[in-house]
Design a protein around this ligand. Structure first.
Ligand SMILES: C[S@@+](CC[C@H](N)C(=O)[O-])C[C@H]1O[C@@H](n2cnc3c(N)ncnc32)[C@H](O)[C@@H]1O
Length: 234
């Protein structure tokens, strides 16, 4: 590991706006922050918004600037990338931007029922091979976990360059009769681009430079008790 990466990792441990937890920390008991984000971390009762697979946390940072009356949590396993967002939040005194370094597979150990108002999923790995479908962040195994803590009516927003993941997620939405609020295959040639606050994440900029269209979906998880896999799905 490079010196710079090592420095970032050790700095990250000291950041007051970062929680780091691995499987061992939540294997038997939920994390102490579960149900306590607002009382113990943000010290207010504002709505909580998550960015899953946040990388450097561009949405977490930008939205925290635009919406000081909401609390934002960027979640990712990669500490080196997260350091960029967490450092910026500290430097810019964005007290409403926090970060959680963990695997999203364990997410239900960190949030209690109705604790979250909104979820952003920004340019997740599409995991196209069928033997990796359970790794897709919009697969039923994940959506059912999000349901456990997302408030009724809470929205999920997916931004992706991947035509595959966009179609897959659309199939999951229709198979389960979830309520779709917005669907565009070409965000920047649509009426919806303002909804994404002009934020272009690190990966998004790379995809746009290659001329790829950006797909955007907004939906809720309300109408379904148990979200199931798309039957003919690959
Ligand atoms: C393609 S990058 C996108 C990063 C950022 N959202 C962007 O648009 O620039 C996908 C990110 O998701 C994270 N990720 C993927 N699967 C994850 C998982 N199961 N748990 C935690 N992080 C995950 C990766 O570490 C990576 O930073």
């Amino acid at each position: 590991m490079g010196k710079d990466k090592l420095r970032r990792f050790s700095e990250l441990h000291t950041f007051p706006n970062v929680i780091e937890a691995d499987y061992e920390d939540v294997r038997e008991l939920d994390h102490a922050v579960k149900g306590n984000w607002n009382t113990n971390r943000f010290l207010n009762n504002h709505p909580v918004v998550l960015e899953l697979g946040c990388g450097k946390g561009e949405y977490t940072i930008k939205l925290a600037e635009v919406y000081p009356e909401k609390n934002f949590i960027g979640i990712d396993i990669k500490g080196n990338r997260m350091w960029v967002g967490a450092k910026k939040a500290i430097e810019d005194k964005l007290n409403n931007a926090h970060f959680l370094r963990t695997r999203i597979e364990f997410i239900d150990s960190f949030f209690a029922k109705d604790e979250v108002d909104e979820i952003w999923i920004t340019f997740p790995d599409p995991q196209m091979q069928s033997n990796r479908k359970r790794k897709r962040l919009t697969a039923p195994i994940f959506l059912n976990r999000y349901k456990e803590f997302l408030k009724p009516g809470g929205i999920v927003q997916l931004k992706t360059d991947s035509e595959f993941l966009y179609h897959y997620t659309n199939y999951i939405i229709s198979e389960n009769k979830l309520t779709k609020l917005i669907d565009t295959a070409d965000l920047y040639n649509s009426q919806y681009q303002d909804l994404t606050h002009g934020v272009k994440t690190h990966y998004e900029q790379l995809f746009l430079a290659k001329g790829q269209a950006i797909h955007y979906l907004q939906f809720t998880l309300d109408n379904c008790e148990n979200i199931v896999e798309y039957i003919d799905g690959k």
